[in-house]
Design a protein around this ligand. Structure first.
Ligand SMILES: [Zn+2]
Length: 297
């Protein structure tokens, strides 16, 4: 599943390609559950509700993409497992996994049309072969009241080390579970949780309330370091993830534990394991991420 660095990369790609463009047409091929249009958005049909709106902003919150449109409406997108946006300069060949295709004007379209009567459209495909991705349309006023956004915790790249420690000490829970909980911090998933815990030499099952402040501050530092590095590398492509131009990220080269089950630990030479922790699993090194052991650098 795309996590913060991957979603951030997609947002940056969208900013470079679609801001300022007007929606000329929308083709929908999505299951009914994939699309929600709020009662306050008029009309309440997805395609007509988007028609003629201009794309003004693209922002990320946690793993959510928020596309601000003219008329006070936001298109809220969650990529879930395999959702992708692909930007196309020419009409794309139809793909059965394209759930929605947006036809967009060029920013100067109105003038161009007036001058030459010949607009040059571009296209944005929302493609998702597993079809878990979600597109929702809300008025800007009601957006932040929605479940999935309103309960989000702080952004990991914005929270201070001190606040992170306070948050972690507030109630006891396993470190890995806390990092995955979007209401604890927003945007971290399996990859960056496992990598950060390894970097901080912390066992994924240790209780947040029992880890000393100094080690939690160290974890906070590694989370920020790894997320920033991954954004610079355009994310991790271990599954199907790519940016809006179809290019893969390269952070997978830097992974120390995620997807390295059975391989030697790069720090102590021990064998990396993948173990079930509740409903999820964690990759870690039992040699240098000991339960209750003070972190080693
Ligand atoms: Zn190790």
């Amino acid at each position: 599943m795309p996590e913060l660095p991957e979603v951030e990369t997609v947002c940056r790609g969208l900013r470079d390609t679609v801001i300022g463009k007007r929606i000329l047409g929308v083709t929908v091929n999505a299951p009914a559950a994939s699309i929600v249009v709020s009662r306050q958005v008029q009309p309440q049909d997805f395609a007509p509700a988007l028609f003629d709106r201009t794309i003004l902003t693209v922002n990320r919150r946690g793993k959510n993409i928020l596309i601000g449109l003219s008329g006070g409406v936001t298109l809220w997108v969650h990529l879930k497992m395999t959702g992708h946006f692909f930007y196309e300069k020419q009409m794309p060949t139809p793909d059965k996994h394209d759930l929605v295709v947006f036809q967009l004007s060029q920013p100067e379209d109105r003038d161009l049309t007036a001058r030459k009567g010949n607009p040059v459209p571009s296209y944005l495909r929302f493609n998702d072969y597993r079809r878990f991705g979600r597109l929702r349309l809300y008025t800007d006023d009601e957006l932040w009241q929605q479940k999935g956004l309103k309960e989000l915790g702080p952004e990991p790249l914005e929270i201070s080390a001190k606040d992170f420690v306070t948050l972690a000490h507030r109630r006891p829970r396993q470190l890995k579970a806390a990092l995955l909980d979007q209401s604890f911090i927003a945007g971290v998933g399996n990859i960056y949780a496992d990598e950060s815990l390894w970097a901080a030499s912390l066992h994924p099952k240790r209780l947040t309330s029992k880890v000393p402040a100094k080690q939690l501050a160290e974890l906070h530092r590694h989370i920020q370091r790894l997320l920033r590095l991954a954004i610079r590398r355009n994310g991790t492509s271990v599954d199907s993830y790519s940016n809006v131009n179809g290019e893969a990220g390269s952070f997978q080269r830097y992974l120390k534990v995620y997807g390295r089950e059975g391989e030697p630990c790069r720090r102590c030479g021990g064998k990396i394991v993948r173990k079930k922790l509740g409903a999820r699993s964690a990759h870690y090194c039992p040699g240098c991420q000991r339960p209750g052991r003070v972190g080693v650098r």
